[in-house]
Design a protein around this ligand. Sequence first.
Ligand code: AHR
Length: 517
Amino acid sequence: MKKRILLLLAAACGLQAAEPANRVVISADMGKDTISAMIYGHFAEHLGACIYGGIWVGEDSPIPNTRGVRNDVAAALREIKPAVIRWPGGCFGDTYHWMDGIGPRESRPSIVNTNWGGVTEDNSFGTHEFLDFCGQVGAEPYIALNVGSGTVREAADWVEYVNSDAKSPMTELRRKNGREKPWNVKYWAVGNESWGCGGNMTPGYYSDLFRQFSTYMRAGKLYRVASGGQDPDVDWTETVMDRLLNNPHNAIRSLIQGYSFHYYTFARGWNDKTSATRFGEEEWFDTMKQTWAMQTSLEKHIRVMDEYDPENRIGLIADEWGNWFDVEPGTNPAFLYQQNTVRDAVTAALYLNIFNNHCRRVKMANLAQTVNVLQSVLLTRGPEMVRTPTYYAMKMFIPHQNAVLLPVETTCEPLTSGSRSIPGLSASASRDGKGRVHVSLANLDPARDKEVLCDLRGRGKTGRVTAEILTGRALNAFNDFGKPEEVRPAAFSGFKVSGNAVTVRLPARSVVVLELE
Ligand code: AHR
């Protein structure tokens, strides 16, 4: 009653109700770009226990497996619909000689992984095993070629071995190794971080090598991805675009289909990555701030690409992204093994919302890395496996895969730390093939709830609304071996529907995905 009188008084005085501080205006009748399912991709490198132990245990392992691939890991991955998986690196890719990883396993040479801890690998996981793994989890394979220390012939042969149906020495070798039909792999990276571990090249030199390697990749319909520069180096992007696209020869212009972009969140920077689990509100803020900065960097590269490729033919391929914290105490520093908390889930949602909102140009993204390395979706310890908070964030975002992006305008309260401030809310929205709208929201505030008005414009009356939430009781809540899951999605009813507006009470440090029929 008191509230009604106050409202009447306000109206009598000509006062308008204040605009809500947190508002997401969704143009439900617009939208022309599709969010490629490939944005929900992963990256698996020969690094620490990602491949050996995490994905591959071998056929003779007591850990249940299918042709050497862990059953628990494959089943968990299938559930999150990993559209694409990139392999074998990363830095490892530019030292990898693919012929070491084919043929009878007992005859494959052991090698030293010089990038990651100097460990010896027996090459039991190679091309056939990777492609079998992709088949088991339902992902498109994406293979990174060795440009740093490999040869053009080696790269050309690999493409032929994998993709050709003709009669040739490479295809005969493949058949001898038990695979009759080609796999027809479309996605190929031509080198990785060629500015650094991939050969310490200059952009001009790399561009020429890209042209040379790409020329001889001839089998199949290929999507060739050029290495990007070290973020935020737009000069590298300028040079690669210029040398490939600013060219009268169509034969050169048509060599490139994608351009790679890597971005990691290091909390306070490369030299102060901080712990993955022991942190306070300040480190939380640093992590969110550095993740938001990805958007600025992404947009800089997109602007250069727009200039050279106004037809939007070339995809920006964010083939490494995620949080990079200190390794867990007592683990090999070269193995990059880190735990994963609700903070990782919130940053994953922020990354994914940014990629969704830039899907006109961003055609693929690959979380680094799949199992046991950096911001993994799964952790393993012997026969045990844990689904991380990031796993669940990826799972909740599945409805965005192949849906039409809807433009959103987000207004929100800032998240502050001392004199620093960033937007405290992230959102993206899409319309699926059945006309349902999905809105993904992340409350970046570690301690305070937010009331968020989601205002759907240009659409008939909203029908049934359902929602899921992912949050944790503490800032650093995580899932661990041998314990019930602390962080997992739950049905969420903290919202009210009124006409075409949904007001959501968004708990602190949470990810919510709404489905509006
Ligand atoms: O993901 C770990 C490493 O980070 C990759 O090998 C490299 O490409 C990047 O620098």
